[in-house]
Design a protein around this ligand. Structure first.
Ligand SMILES: Nc1nc2c(ncn2[C@@H]2O[C@H](COP(=O)(O)OP(=O)(O)OP(=O)(O)O)[C@@H](O)[C@H]2O)c(=O)[nH]1
Ligand SMILES: [Mg+2]
Length: 445
């Protein structure tokens, strides 16, 4: 019972740098004064407490930030684009839609996830003047904004969790106490994902989660135990359900009780300290009625409140609801997460050593260079502009990439793949030669 949505997000492209020159009276050719491009908009998910579902994202799922303005003459910077803020409800888990990797768990109002940073603006030609080249006809293109699909999952936070061995009647109890209709069947592990129900008792309501059956080794991950115990973590109170009849296998309910508690303790997030109410179920069966007095004495002897029920017939269920409401009222109301430390901000595009690159030989005459920075520079280079292409070549030389390619055995005429580009490898020729060849840098696709 998760509310889910899938979103397409795209950051804005950076604006292009300008190639312009000063025009002054009596100065035949002024210096370069091309301004830089503006930054593209970021795409940010931000927790807004006024949101409580993901419903609206079923119909509006594309969020595209604006592009930065192009640089202008007279060193005028292009306008930075506005960020796109996508409001999400508290308790939203953000995942990469392709890998399912969790990107962030946004809980407190104001929590933010910068999913995509806008592209950087390209530098204008004012930056490329050197002592020998005083009128550079070169500028950078803006960095393209990246795109990404993400999925959002809203976790309803349950106040009460139903824990217990498989097949003891947890789902039956949830169905008896709420309008939820979980699958119920006479075999273990019927429930594979938590089900939630809203329970109304007199004039209070609470959310109850039916958690899949836990078995020995759950805390070590057996039977998806980790997944399920993670849900237990968010609850305030547990109803520990026992099959008073011992079930078809003739289990010992007290031994099961201890086993589950050991798993809660072994999980290590203080789960064993959560208050528990023990519901001894299936009291419509004679075996359960016979066992009840001894079971009750043993549990109460250890300080647990015991409520006998028959979830299937509804017997004792109302009393259990009242007991839960009474105990919840006495428990402190949970603080919204991170309230005292203020909203958290997460950024995905962290600069994980952007200068690192790798060289790969794809085939005898095809090489690939993989690296964040060099790929970005390629994307920002206008290869139809000879000066820009030369500048790129100089970066390949200065960064050592050219030497590494030579070491790897690259020959004149081989192809180098760099992001979306394919570059024809040549000796250090000048731009004029290249022009004669009809452009040795060409963009793929
Ligand atoms: N006689 C009797 N049978 C019950 C009672 N409560 C549940 N059952 C039966 O016990 C079986 C298991 O019930 P579920 O509610 O699916 O049990 P569960 O704890 O959710 O099981 P898992 O999801 O597999 O962990 C079903 O056949 C139910 O009909 C009860 O009070 N009396
Ligand atoms: Mg179940």
């Amino acid at each position: 019972m998760y509310d889910r949505a899938k979103l397409y997000l795209k950051a804005g492209d950076g604006g292009n740098g300008a190639i312009t020159f000063r025009r002054e009276k009596y100065v035949p050719r002024g210096g370069p004064n091309g301004g830089d491009g503006g930054k593209g908009g970021d795409v940010i998910l931000r927790v807004d407490p006024r949101e409580n579902t993901l419903l609206r994202y079923q119909s509006y799922y594309r969020y595209v930030a604006g592009n930065g303005g192009n640089g202008q003459k007279s060193n005028k910077h292009g306008a930075n684009a506005q960020d796109v803020i996508v409001p999400v409800p508290p308790g939203t888990v953000v995942r990469d839609a392709e890998t399912e990797e969790i990107l962030a768990d946004l809980t407190a109002p104001g929590d933010e996830l910068v999913v995509l940073r806008g592209g950087r603006g390209g530098l204008g030609n004012q930056h490329f003047a050197t002592s020998v080249k005083q009128a550079p006809r070169v500028a950078e293109k803006g960095e393209p904004g990246k795109e990404r699909w993400v999925t959002l999952e809203l976790k309803l936070i349950a106040d009460v969790g139903l824990v217990g061995h498989p097949n003891v009647g947890k789902s039956t109890l949830l169905a008896a106490m709420s309008a939820a209709r979980p699958k119920i069947a006479d075999y273990p592990f019927t429930t594979l994902e938590p089900n939630l129900g809203v329970v109304a008792v007199d004039d209070t309501t609470f959310v109850m989660a039916d958690i899949p059956g836990l078995i020995e080794g759950a805390a070590a991950g057996v039977g998806l135990g980790h997944e399920f115990l993670r849900h237990v973590e968010r609850t305030r109170l547990l109803i520990h359900v026992l099959d008073g009849s011992g079930g078809l296998e003739g289990r010992d309910p007290l031994a099961d009780f201890d086993q589950i508690n050991r798993e809660l303790a072994a999980y290590g997030a203080g789960l064993e300290e959560k208050p528990q109410i023990v519901a001894v179920n299936k009291l419509d069966l004679p075996e359960a009625q016979e066992r009840l007095p001894a079971l009750r004495a043993a549990l109460e002897g250890r300080g647990h409140a015991v409520v006998p029920i028959a979830a299937a017939t509804g017997e004792g269920v109302r009393e259990l609801g009242r007991e839960v409401a009474r105990r919840l009222a006495a428990l402190p109301v949970p603080e919204p997460a991170a309230a005292e430390s203020g909203p958290r901000r997460y950024t995905l595009d962290s600069t994980t050593d952007e200068r690192r690159y790798e060289i790969e030989r794809l085939s005898p005459h095809h090489f690939a260079v993989h690296g964040t920075k060099i790929e970005r520079l390629a994307a920002m280079t206008d290869f139809n502009n000879d000066e820009a292409a030369d500048r790129f070549q100089r970066v390949l030389d200065a960064s050592g990439i050219a030497a590494r390619l030579a070491e790897a055995g690259i020959q004149e005429g081989d192809v180098v793949h760099l992001g979306d580009y394919e570059l024809l490898w040549g000796e250090q020729e000048d731009a004029a030669d290249r022009r004669r060849e009809g452009g040795r840098h060409r963009r793929r696709g």
